[in-house]
Design a protein. Structure first.
Lengths: 148, 852
C-alpha cells in the first residue's frame, strides 16, 4: 500500500468523523410535546423550541417574573409553542433587554421536570434594525407616527 | 424639497458602471483570443471601459456620500442609516450598515485593484481582466435596482431609491408625495465605534483580493499556461490572506470591545463564513509554494485557489441571503437578492469546476512518491489539515442550508445548529490547531535542509529540549491544569522555538526569506493567547448573595455556575472574587471633555444633547466649562461607574456603557475593559433600572426647618443653606400676581455633596410644588410649606429603591499574547509578500525584455 493511500484513508476517516459529529451535535427545532417525550426517554439533548409569549386578550404578558433585587439570575416566563402548547420556561440569566417587545422567541435547552430550562434565548424583534415606521414630525416625540 | 437630481445621477452611474464592466469583459475576452497583431484595439477598448468603470464607481460613492452628508432624508438609504446628530466620521460607517453600501464598498476595492492589476502585467492582462471584469459586473448588478419590464424581475437593490418609492404603502405619501422626514433613523449605536470605521473596509478588501489569484488561476487553465500563473498569483494570495486575516481579527476585537457576548469569537455563522475561505486560502498558499520549490501539488493549488474564491461567494450568500434566519445574530436583512446571489455563486462554481475538469488531464503532475523526509510531504499534510479544519466549520455552519435544500425538495427538516456552538467547534478546531502548530515547526526544518533521519533527530534535539523546559515552566507558573491545553501549549511553544531557531539562522543571511518563520511564530502565539484567554476565562462576578426566590423548586439543584451576574445597589460594596466592587452611579460623557462627568454636575435642557453646568467642570486640573455654561453631551450614552478595590487597597474604575436609543429599541450594552499586562478584566452591565418606569415612592416624611438648620433626610445629613425668590420657573416667567421660592439644600452623601433645589410656587392663585430627585441617594425632596410668621419651611422626603445595575465580569488572562501574535503574523505576511512580489516583478521584466 502506498503512502498516498494511507493518507487518503485517514482524510476520509476524519471527514466521516466530522460529519458524524456534526449530525450528533446538531440540535433540532421541536414542539414542547416532542421536547417532553425526549426528556421522558432520559435524553438530555438540548433542543430549540420556537414560540411566542403568553398574553391575555388585552395584550399583557402573563406569567413573567423577574425580581432582580432578589435574584438577578432567575427569570421565568410562559412560552406558547407553535402547537399552542404552553410551558413555564426558566432562564438562569438576567432578563434579556427588550424581551417584552419580541415577536418570536427561540429557547434553547431541555425539559427538566415540569419546566423548560433554557440555556440561551434568541429573540426576533419586530423592528430592531428594520425600520417600518416613519416619524412624520421628527423633532417632537409626541408627533404623529405614520405606521406601515 | 425632494432632491431628485443626485439620486438619478447616482443611478445612472450605477448603470454605467455595470455596462462598462460588461464591455471591459468582452474587450478583454477578445484581447485574450486574437493574435498579437490585432490586440491593440481590444486592449485600448478594455482599458478605457475599465477606467470608465472606475470613475463611475467613484461617482457612485461620491453621490451616496453627498446624500448622507447633506441629510437628504428623502432617500431611503440616508433616512434609514443616518441622522442629523451623527458625527461626520461615522457617516462613513453609514455606507456599510446597509447591504447596498457594503456591496458598493466591495465594488470600490475591486475597481481600484483592477486598475493596479491592469497596469502591472501586460502578458496576463487579457485573460485575467476578462475574469476580473466579469466578477465586477456581477457585483455591480447587485446594486443595479432595475426592473426588467414584462418579467417583473428586479435586478439588484439600488442605494439611490427614494423613501417614497421604498415605502409606497406609507399613508403620508398618499397625502403628500413630497414629504421629507425631519431626521433619519440613525446609525446602529453598535456601529458607532472607531473599529467599525476601519474593520469593514479591511474585511471587504480581504474579500476583493482573493479574486486576483482566482482570476490568474482560471486564466492559466484557459490559456493553457498550467503552471505559469503561480508566480504572479502568489504575492496576491499572500496579500489576500494577510488582509482577510487582519480583517477577521479586527472584527473579533470590535466584538470584544463593543458587543456584550463576553468574548472575541463566538463561532457565529457570520464569523465562520469568512474563517472558512481564509483557512483554504492559507492552505493554497502552502501548496503554491510547494509547486514553486519542487514542482508538486499543482493540481491541489488549482483546486484550493478556486475553492477559496467560491467559499468567499458562499460566505456572501450565507450572510446576505437571509438563509441563516434565526441561526445568526448579525446577518444582514434579506433584500430579496437571494436568487441573484445564488446565480452569482453557481455561475462561478460551474464555470471554474467545468474548466478544471476539462483541463485536468493536462495539468502537469509529479508522480514520484513524496519521501517522508521531504519538506513537501509535511507541508502537504499541513495544507490538508487546514482544509479539514475548514471542512469541519463548513459542515456545521451550513446546517440552515441543508434545511433549505431539503425543504426545497418537499421534505420537512428541523435541524438546528448545535446548542453549544463554542464547545462543538472547539473540540475539533483545538486538535487541528495542535497538528498545525507541530507541522509548522517540523516543516520548517525540512524546509531549509536536505535531511535524513539522523540529521533530523540531531537538529530537533535542542528545540525539543527547550520546548519541554519552557512549557513545563509555563504549565507550573500559569498554571495550566487541563491535559488538552497542556498539549496545545507545548506544541505552540515548540512551533515558536523551532521557527525562532530558523529565524535566527535565516536572518543572518537574508531577512527577506524569514516571512514564513515569522508568520508561524505569530500563529503559535495566537494559539497560546486563545488557549489562555478563552480556556481560562473566568467569570468573577459569581453571585454569592444566596438570596433565592421563595417557593422555587428549581433552586434545590441549581448550580452556582450559572449565577454569573451580580446585583449592585449604588454605593454598596459587594464582594466578588478578589475584589470589593461598588456601583458608583451613572456618568455621562461631554464633547471635548476627557473622562466622565457626574450626572449631577449638569442640569438638563430642552434639547437632549445640551446641558447646563451646575458647577465648574474641572477634569485633570483643567477647567473646561464654568458654572452656567451650556455644553454638549453624548445623550445616547450612559456610563455606569463600577469601582474595583482589591485587598491591597488598589482601586480602579470601569465604565461599562449602555446606550438608550428609542428608535433602535431599548438599551444596548457595551463592556469596559481593564487592560493589564497579564489579564483583561471585562465588565458589562446586563440590566439597569428602567429609566422610564414609574418609581414607587415611600410615604412622605415632613420636617420643619429654618435657614442654616441641619436635618436628616433618609439617614443623610442635609443643610438648608438658603431660600431664594425666583422670577422664572422652568422657563415660565411669573407675573406680579405670582410668587416662587427655591430652597437650596445641601445633602451630604457618602461620596459627594448634592445640591437640591425644590421649588414652591404660587401661580394663578394655585400652589405648585416642584420636587427634586437625587437619583444616587434614591430620594426626592419636596418644598411643601412656608410659615412666614415663624420663618420656617417644611420639606417632605420620599424614598425609593436606590439605583442599581446587574453586571457580569470576566477575567481574560494573557489575551495580549493573541493580539501580539496577530501583529507578528502580519509582519510575517508582509515579508513574504515583498519577497514574492519582487520575484514576480523580476521575471515579468525579463519576459518583457524577451518579448521586446
Amino acid at each position: 500500500m502506498k503512502k498516498v493511500h494511507i493518507f487518503v484513508i485517514i482524510i476520509i476517516a476524519v471527514a466521516i468523523g466530522v460529519i458524524m459529529s456534526t449530525a450528533g451535535d446538531a440540535s433540532s427545532y421541536v414542539s414542547f410535546k416532542e421536547a417532553t417525550e425526549l426528556s421522558e426517554d432520559g435524553k438530555d439533548k438540548k433542543v430549540h423550541v420556537v414560540g411566542k409569549l403568553k398574553k391575555d386578550p388585552a395584550g399583557q404578558i402573563i406569567g413573567m417574573t423577574y425580581q432582580p433585587h432578589l435574584d438577578a439570575n432567575h427569570f421565568e416566563f410562559v412560552l406558547v409553542d407553535q402547537n399552542n402548547e404552553e410551558r413555564q420556561v426558566v432562564y438562569n440569566q438576567p432578563k434579556p433587554q427588550d424581551f417584552e417587545r419580541s415577536e418570536q422567541i427561540v429557547v434553547i435547552g431541555s425539559i427538566q421536570g415540569e419546566t423548560f430550562k433554557a440555556d440561551k434565548i434568541l429573540m426576533k424583534c419586530p423592528s430592531k434594525y428594520q425600520e417600518n415606521e416613519i416619524k412624520v414630525n421628527g423633532s417632537d416625540s409626541k408627533g404623529v407616527e405614520a405606521k406601515l | 424639497m425632494v432632491h431628485t437630481f443626485i439620486g438619478n445621477l447616482g443611478h445612472l452611474l450605477i448603470i454605467t458602471a455595470f455596462v462598462s464592466a460588461l464591455l471591459a469583459t468582452y474587450a478583454y475576452f477578445q484581447l485574450a483570443r486574437v493574435p498579437e497583431l490585432e490586440s491593440n484595439a481590444w486592449r485600448k477598448l478594455g482599458r478605457s471601459a475599465f477606467y470608465i468603470h472606475l470613475f463611475s464607481v467613484l461617482g457612485i460613492v461620491a453621490s451616496l456620500f453627498f446624500i448622507i452628508y447633506n441629510h437628504y432624508f428623502e432617500y431611503h438609504y440616508a433616512w434609514s442609516h443616518s441622522s442629523r446628530s451623527l458625527p461626520t466620521h461615522f457617516m462613513i460607517s453609514c455606507f456599510w450598515e446597509g447591504q447596498e453600501g457594503s456591496f458598493l464598498l466591495w465594488i470600490f476595492w475591486n475597481a481600484l485593484l483592477g486598475i493596479w492589476l491592469m497596469n502591472s502585467n501586460k502578458v496576463w492582462e487579457g485573460p485575467v481582466m476578462t475574469i476580473f471584469a466579469l466578477i465586477q459586473a456581477f457585483l455591480a448588478s447587485m446594486i443595479l435596482g432595475v426592473v426588467i419590464p414584462g418579467l417583473d424581475f428586479k435586478i439588484g437593490s439600488s442605494p439611490f431609491i427614494l423613501l417614497r418609492d421604498a415605502m409606497q404603502d406609507a399613508p403620508i405619501f398618499a397625502t403628500n408625495p413630497n414629504f421629507v422626514p425631519e431626521d433619519g433613523n440613525g446609525l446602529n449605536p453598535l456601529l458607532q465605534n472607531y473599529w467599525m470605521v476601519i474593520h469593514p473596509p479591511v474585511l471587504f478588501l480581504g474579500y476583493a483580493i482573493p479574486i486576483i489569484p482566482f482570476a490568474y488561476c482560471i486564466a492559466g487553465l484557459w490559456q493553457q499556461k498550467y503552471s505559469e500563473w503561480i508566480r504572479p498569483a502568489l504575492p496576491w494570495a499572500l496579500f489576500a490572506a494577510m488582509v482577510l486575516g487582519v480583517g477577521i481579527l479586527m472584527g473579533a476585537y470590535w466584538a470584544y470591545e463593543t458587543l456584550n457576548f463576553g468574548g472575541y469569537w463566538n463561532w457565529d455563522p457570520v464569523e465562520n463564513a469568512v474563517y472558512i475561505p481564509w483557512l483554504v486560502l492559507v492552505a493554497g498558499i502552502h501548496t503554491m509554494i510547494m509547486y514553486k520549490k519542487r514542482g508538486t501539488a499543482l493540481r491541489t493549488s488549482v483546486v484550493l485557489v478556486i475553492a477559496s474564491f467560491i467559499l468567499i461567494l458562499y460566505a456572501t450568500f450565507l450572510t446576505r441571503s437571509g438563509i441563516l434566519g434565526n441561526a445568526s445574530v448579525h446577518s444582514f436583512t434579506d433584500l430579496g437578492l437571494s436568487g441573484q446571489l445564488l446565480i452569482y455563486l453557481l455561475t462561478f462554481l460551474v464555470l471554474s469546476v467545468g474548466l478544471s475538469i476539462k483541463e485536468w488531464k493536462k495539468i502537469p503532475t509529479d508522480d514520484t512518491e513524496l519521501s517522508t523526509y521531504s519538506r513537501e510531504f509535511w507541508i502537504f499534510i499541513g495544507a490538508t489539515t487546514l482544509c479539514l479544519a475548514a471542512f469541519q466549520v463548513f459542515a456545521s455552519t451550513s446546517i440552515p442550508v441543508y434545511n433549505a435544500i431539503i425543504e426545497a425538495m418537499g421534505f420537512v427538516s428541523n435541524m438546528a445548529p448545535p446548542a453549544d456552538q463554542v464547545a462543538h467547534y472547539t473540540k475539533f478546531q483545538l486538535w487541528f490547531a495542535v497538528i498545525i502548530t507541530v507541522l509548522s515547526a517540523i516543516g520548517q526544518f525540512f524546509w531549509w535542509k536536505k535531511i535524513d533521519k539522523n540529521k533530523l533527530i540531531s537538529s530537533l534535539t535542542t528545540p525539543v529540549l527547550i520546548t519541554l523546559l519552557v512549557s513545563a515552566l509555563v504549565i507550573v507558573l500559569a498554571p495550566v491544569d487541563n491535559l488538552v491545553y497542556i498539549v496545545l501549549l507545548t506544541t505552540s511553544v515548540f512551533s515558536i522555538v523551532a521557527n525562532g531557531k530558523i529565524l535566527l539562522n535565516v536572518a543572518k543571511n537574508n531577512y527577506k526569506l524569514s516571512g514564513g518563520a515569522v508568520a508561524h511564530i505569530g500563529v503559535a502565539m495566537m494559539m497560546i493567547g486563545i488557549m489562555f484567554s478563552s480556556g481560562y476565562s473566568k467569570v468573577v462576578s459569581i453571585n454569592t448573595s444566596g438570596l433565592l426566590l421563595p417557593g422555587e423548586f428549581f433552586e434545590k439543584d441549581d448550580n452556582k455556575e450559572t449565577k454569573e451576574n451580580v446585583f449592585l445597589t449604588i454605593n454598596q460594596p459587594t464582594r466578588m472574587d478578589n475584589y470589593w466592587i461598588t456601583y458608583r452611579g451613572k456618568r455621562i460623557e461631554a464633547r471635548g471633555v476627557p473622562g466622565y462627568l457626574h450626572r449631577n454636575q449638569v442640569a438638563s435642557t430642552k434639547v437632549d444633547y445640551q446641558v447646563v453646568a451646575k458647577e465648574d467642570i474641572v477634569q485633570n486640573g483643567k477647567t473646561y466649562y464654568k458654572k452656567g455654561d451650556t455644553l454638549e453631551i453624548y445623550a445616547e450614552n450612559t456610563y455606569y461607574q463600577v469601582e474595583y478595590r482589591d485587598d491591597k487597597g488598589r482601586v480602579f474604575n470601569l465604565y461599562p456603557r449602555a446606550q438608550i436609543n428609542e428608535q433602535m429599541g431599548g438599551i444596548l450594552a457595551s463592556p469596559d475593559i481593564k487592560h493589564t499586562v497579564t489579564r483583561d478584566i471585562y465588565t458589562h452591565v446586563n440590566a439597569v433600572a428602567d429609566p422610564d418606569a414609574a418609581k414607587e415612592w415611600s410615604k412622605m416624611e415632613e420636617q420643619i426647618v429654618s435657614i442654616g438648620d441641619t436635618f436628616f433626610v433618609n439617614d443623610y445629613v442635609a443643610v438648608l443653606d438658603n431660600v431664594l425668590r425666583v422670577s422664572e420657573v422652568d422657563g415660565i416667567s411669573l407675573t406680579s400676581e405670582d410668587a416662587a421660592v427655591k430652597a437650596q439644600i445641601r445633602v451630604l452623601g457618602r461620596e459627594r455633596e448634592y445640591e437640591v433645589t425644590p421649588t414652591y410656587l404660587i401661580k394663578d392663585r394655585m400652589v405648585g410644588r416642584i420636587p427634586e430627585e437625587v437619583e444616587d441617594l434614591g430620594l426626592k425632596i419636596t418644598f411643601t410649606n412656608i410659615d412666614p410668621a415663624k420663618g420656617t419651611f417644611t420639606f417632605g422626603t420620599n424614598t425609593t429603591q436606590k439605583d442599581w445595575i446587574i453586571m457580569k465580569a470576566r477575567e481574560m488572562p494573557f489575551i495580549n499574547v493573541l493580539w501580539i501574535g496577530t501583529f507578528i503574523m502580519t509582519i510575517g505576511f508582509i515579508l513574504a509578500i515583498s519577497r514574492r512580489y519582487s520575484e514576480f516583478a523580476k521575471m515579468r521584466n525579463k519576459e518583457v525584455e524577451v518579448n521586446a
